[in-house]
Design a protein around this ligand. Structure first.
Ligand SMILES: Cc1ncc(COP(=O)(O)O)c(C=O)c1O
Length: 433
């Protein structure tokens, strides 16, 4: 088996270990994956926050097949196809306020780097091209392209790659020791938003292009924004002419019980990035939603007939991805999955928080249909989390771990019985480690 595996270099994976004890999925349906040896594995993380409507959705597969048979590819520059406009409109219907201009990309990382460029060109169009700085947060994850790596605040993702883009500075993250075992939004910590004002005072608010934050920080282990925190960031951005960008790559499409985290937390950003569940994970796709005024400013600054944004990808708005996106959004609407997430959230969070008695768990956080827990560190940081992730797989549960944090985000089609099974497996495995 190992000989067959040698050619694929897996991302974010210990390749030598993986290839010596591979854990492959060969099939998926509904709430479950099946492993290469026939093991049935409950999906506790919607794949990678992608499969909100569960696996094996034939509506999506059929739509993609039909699209590929009809029009397999369209050049994305100077050409397009009807489904791209339809999907853009469907997404714009879900976004808050007038974030109704949609730029398509192929991943969350591309959405972040695209958003950074849009911020820069917007300020140039307003003759404020001196705004070269970006603010983000410690423990943030904004993908792996060079802009997103610079914005990110998870040390292992940055440290090996030398200096980041010049002009990127970080606020503190939003977790405080007093938040331990807080369900939902913590009451304290809104003042951490003042870090943005401090950075504006230090570097000159007129030099900052944008502030990037995840509505809740997902990949680092789920850090929920304190009450009032995002609102305060919004005010500081307004006071200083800074654009507020919400990275909705995990939160988007129902994870927080509303279409986007922006709506759940009651803040209107200037730009939103999204990916993952946009196609229910069935095709790679991402998007950037932009307020209409930003789009108008950028397009009107260019002469008639000229290209307004020198940016795009060969596979932007790929026909198969658009077909998958349309079919996924249709399922989300028909099955009212965002409302379902909101309705299931209290049961999900209560069940996860019931694990608080396990001595190895040092903290639990959660909101909507996403929760994170911390494990007491083992011999070296990250070792226990990694071991637990493997033991959970062997016990029939797939979750994501980041260092010694575990992240739970089951598909929004989950029944209470799936939540029960997930928490029971966690209890058994975590009691033994
Ligand atoms: C908030 C956020 N932004 C960006 C990304 C990067 O997305 P991708 O892996 O699709 O490039 C992720 C991935 O988890 C994410 O959580």
């Amino acid at each position: 088996m190992a000989g067959d595996l040698q050619y694929h270099w897996l991302p974010f994976t210990g390749n030598r270990e993986f290839k010596s004890e591979p854990r492959l999925f060969v099939r998926a349906q509904g709430m479950y994956f099946w492993g290469a040896n026939g093991e049935k594995i409950l999906d506790g993380c919607s794949g990678l926050f992608t499969c909100a409507a569960g696996h094996g959705r034939t509506e999506i597969a059929d739509a993609v097949a039909q699209q590929l048979n009809q029009l397999d590819y369209t050049p994305s520059f100077l050409r397009s196809h009807p489904a791209s406009f339809e999907l853009a409109q469907r997404i714009a219907d879900l976004t808050p306020a007038d974030l109704n201009r949609i730029f398509f990309v192929n991943s969350g990382s591309e959405s972040v780097d695209t958003a950074m460029k849009i911020c820069s060109i917007y300020h140039r169009a307003r003759r404020e091209g001196q705004r070269y700085m970006f603010v983000s947060r410690e423990r943030a994850y904004h993908g792996v392209n060079i802009g997103g790596t610079s914005l990110s605040g998870m040390v292992r993702n940055r440290e090996s790659f030398g200096p980041s883009l010049p002009g990127v500075v970080h606020m503190r993250h939003t977790w405080l020791p007093e938040h331990r075992f807080t369900k939902g939004q913590p009451d304290t910590g809104a003042e951490l938003a003042e870090d943005l004002q401090r950075l504006a005072d230090l570097h000159g608010g007129q030099n900052i292009a944008a502030c990037f934050v995840e509505p809740l920080a997902g990949s680092t282990g789920v850090l929920i924004p304190p009450k009032g925190y995002l609102q305060r960031l919004r005010e500081i951005c307004d006071d200083n002419g800074i654009l507020l960008v919400l990275d909705e790559v995990i939160c988007g499409f129902g994870r927080t019980g509303r279409p986007f985290g922006a709506q759940s937390f009651g803040v209107v950003p200037d730009i939103m990035t999204m990916a993952k569940a946009i196609t229910n994970g069935a095709q790679p796709m991402g998007a950037v939603a932009v307020r209409q005024g930003i789009y108008d400013t950028i397009t009107e600054a260019a002469p008639q007939g000229a290209v307004e944004l020198f940016h795009g990808y060969t596979f932007s708005a790929h026909p198969a991805a658009c077909a998958a996106g349309l079919a996924a959004l249709e399922i989300y609407e028909k099955e009212a999955l965002f409302d379902r997430a909101a309705a299931l959230s209290p049961y999900f969070l209560d069940s996860v928080f019931a694990l608080s008695d396990l001595p190895v768990i040092t903290d639990i956080r959660g909101y909507g249909m996403i929760a994170g827990f911390d494990l007491a560190a083992g011999v070296k940081p990250g070792m226990r989390g990694h071991a637990v992730q493997k033991r959970l797989f062997d016990a029939g549960l797939h979750i994501k771990t980041t260092g010694d944090a575990g992240i739970l985000a089951p598909p929004l089609i989950a029944e209470r019985s799936h939540i029960d099974d997930m928490c029971q497996t966690l209890r058994v495995v975590l009691s033994e480690c």
